[in-house]
Design a protein around this ligand. Structure first.
Ligand code: HEM
Length: 396
């Protein structure tokens, strides 16, 4: 059985798990992201994972942490099994996720179990279809503004991009009347910051009530042409906090896609492969399960560290390059930026359509120098700034 030595456990915790927590699992912390980029923290994490696999072989590697059963997966087929066999016996609603997410989305599908989960999952799948909103029209309006602003200032940076992205997100989810409601997103961000601290941070009841009141007002309008029109407000209010939270990740992925010159849905998928915004996929077993001939106890927390599987030079010859063509055919089962199996991100298609359309519209009008292989393992989106010129002129 693969049980990591004490020193290997310390290494895994120090170079894989802790840096991911430090960057902020729920909201990224800019100063830590900057520092992580400087030291290329993900390169060290991937190196640790490769060394562990080399030492212990393909079985799940159990970490020696008192009072907890934690298993790190290193075999792509195990990743595929873990995701396929979710939510039973591998539940998405792990202790850590519940602690982090209950600060702002205690009724989200991801922290639900059993029949309630089934119902909420079905609702998410039904509402989050891109065909439910005029994505192209919304994105075009906002992309025009972004392009004009970039041409005026000669550059495109994260702050400017994020403002436009949030306007798109609010229009898609809640409608045009929510377009400028920055307070809603600021309040959610403050609640998410508490989520970074999981159980260590006290609940912020007043703030949460204010956020929920504002959100409810938007949902009650049920504006046509937004997701809010697709289901009744009382069904949506428990789910929308996750959607707004996840639109943050989608904006980050879109900005990084621009940094590599990505276009369309494959550009978004590649950006999310290269720099996964859910770097740790967690599952908790609801019964004893057998792995490579070894039984792991009920309640084991399984950890899939996706940057390792997405950037593993031992298996992937495109590990550190922009390779949109890999999304055309059958893929490595452990390349899972949107997760996989029954717990796959139900917002995936909406993200690919919205973000894919935005990056296409921006690159139709602007050009800028892009990153080339080998692409950095850690990329701080807060620090991205492109010097832009109109398409049709030469980049100096
Ligand atoms: C680039 C952007 C995004 C990425 C990379 C992403 C990725 C993921 C991943 C990896 C999971 C699975 C987490 C786990 O297994 O623990 C997930 C779950 C989920 N995502 Fe996304 N997501 C994105 C954006 C969105 C957006 C914009 C929405 C909604 C509008 C959304 C809705 C959800 C929901 C509701 C779940 C929970 C699913 C469940 O519990 O069955 N995601 N996402």
């Amino acid at each position: 059985m693969a049980i990591a030595s004490r020193i290997d456990t310390v290494r895994a915790v120090a170079t894989v798990l802790l840096p991911t927590l430090a960057k902020g699992v729920i909201v990224r912390r800019p100063h830590v992201m900057g520092a992580a980029e400087k030291i290329q923290a993900d390169a060290t994490a991937v190196a640790t994972m490769r060394a562990l696999r080399e030492r212990y072989g393909p079985e799940p590697i159990r970490l020696r942490i008192t009072g907890r059963n934690i298993a790190l997966l290193v075999d792509p087929d195990d990743v595929s099994r873990l995701l396929a066999e979710s939510p039973e016996p591998f539940s998405l609603a792990t202790k850590e996720k519940n602690a982090a997410l209950e600060h702002f989305q205690p009724h989200g599908v991801i922290v639900s179990r059993g029949a309630v989960r089934e119902r909420r999952r079905e609702l998410n799948e039904r509402v989050l279809r891109p065909s439910n909103v005029p994505v192209e029209e919304i994105v075009r309006d906002e992309a025009d503004l972004l392009v004009r602003h970039a041409l005026n200032t000669g550059s495109l940076d994260w702050d400017g991009f994020a403002q436009v992205w949030w306007r798109i997100a609010r229009r898609v989810v809640l409608g045009n009347a929510a377009r400028d409601d920055e307070q809603l997103i600021d309040d959610l961000k403050a609640l998410r910051q508490s989520g970074n601290w999981a159980y260590l941070h006290p609940r912020r009841r007043g703030l949460r009530q204010r956020f929920e009141r504002r959100l409810r007002q938007h949902l009650e309008r049920g504006e046509q042409g937004s997701l809010a029109a697709v289901a009744p407000p009382e069904d949506l209010e428990g789910q929308v906090p996750h959607w707004l939270f996840a639109f943050d990740a989608a904006g980050i992925v879109a900005m990084r896609a621009l940094a590599i010159g990505g276009t369309g849905a494959p550009g978004i998928l590649e950006s999310a492969r290269l720099w996964p915004t859910t770097p740790i996929i967690l599952r908790e077993s609801t019964e004893h399960t057998k792995w490579h001939g070894t039984w792991l106890p009920k309640g084991t927390t399984f950890v899939v560290f996706t940057p390792f599987f997405h950037r593993d030079p031992d298996r992937l010859d495109f590990a550190d390059s922009y390779a949109p063509e890999i999304w055309d055919g059958p893929r490595d089962p452990a390349i899972v930026p949107f997760s996989g199996g029954p717990g796959v991100c139900p917002g995936r298609d909406l993200v690919l359509t919205t973000a894919g359309t935005l990056i296409d519209m921006v690159s139709e009008h602007l050009k800028w120098p892009t990153l080339s292989a080998p692409l950095p393992k850690t990329l701080n989106h807060f620090g991205l700034r492109f010097t832009v010129t109109p398409v049709g002129t030469r980049v100096a």
